[in-house]
Design a protein around this ligand. Structure first.
Ligand code: DGL
Length: 257
């Protein structure tokens, strides 16, 4: 039976989901959060869908058996695309929230505009994304932008250094001057927002699904009468098991934007 003071578990392939946790803390500051980053297996985005499915199910199993949790936020677009339906079926009594690229927000704000969606290979090739694309392709021009190597830079804690900026210049080279908005369809990418804006220009809006995911989490907990108004608490665990990953996670959680 779920109780108010049980954890909200937040899961990602690594440190990326911390960008979602930041939104959660704004909307729900009194909750107890358990953040689990699976950095030892990151990046998920270049794996097979079956591998991502198995890793995501294993993470859900760990979080539900080792901790008392009242909700699971899959703060990873890649894991959501590969496994959210199965997780919902496996844990029918658990509140499960996934994340998807914020294309709807882009299409609503820029009708007739040109919107880039930067995401992992898995996210861009899954059926879930095709369905999303078909919903909005008549309203705007959509460019799919894979970003190989970017997750590794963020996992190393390099969100704004020269190596990350050079990589982004290559990834975005064909899109400079062409976009109205860029959807950051991987939860790692918002941490590189400064470098992205330097390349695309401040007039290109950067959109991510973190805000919507946090609002949906609040709505679902409210509906289930499971909102907690405590002191707020964040526990971070990481499969890599080294202090460096925990240091990077905390730095990303509390850094100024
Ligand atoms: N942060 C994950 C996402 O939102 C993916 C990162 C990875 O490739 O592991 O898609």
């Amino acid at each position: 039976m779920n109780r108010k003071h049980d954890y909200i578990a937040v899961f990602d392939s690594g440190v990326g989901g911390i960008s979602v946790l930041r939104h959660l803390l704004r909307y729900l500051p009194g909750e107890r959060y358990l953040y689990f980053g699976d950095s030892v297996n990151a990046p998920y985005g270049s794996r097979t869908t079956e591998e991502v499915r198995q890793l995501t199910l294993a993470a859900a199993e760990k979080l539900t058996t080792e901790y008392d949790i009242k909700a699971l936020v899959i703060a990873c677009n890649t894991a959501t695309a590969a496994a959210v339906n199965e997780i919902r079926e496996t844990y029918p009594d658990l509140i499960v929230i996934g994340i998807e690229p914020a294309l709807k927000v882009g299409a609503d704000r820029f009708p007739g505009g040109c919107i880039g969606v930067m995401a992992t290979e898995v996210t861009l090739r899954e059926n879930k994304f095709d369905t999303l694309l078909h919903r909005f392709e008549d309203d705007c021009t959509i460019a799919k932008i894979p970003a190989p190597g970017l997750v590794q830079r963020i996992e190393a804690g390099d969100t704004d250094g020269p190596e990350t900026e050079n990589l982004l210049r290559t990834i975005l080279a064909d899109h400079v001057g062409k976009l109205d908005a860029l959807v950051l369809g991987c939860t790692h990418y918002p941490f590189a927002a400064k470098a992205i804006s330097r390349i695309l220009g401040d007039n290109v809006r950067l959109l991510d699904g973190g805000d919507g995911t946090a609002r949906e989490t609040k709505r679902r907990l409210e509906e289930a009468c499971l909102l907690e108004a405590g002191d707020g608490e964040v526990t971070i665990i990481n499969s890599a098991g080294n202090p460096e990953m925990l240091r990077i996670s905390r730095e990303l959680l509390y850094q100024e934007r």
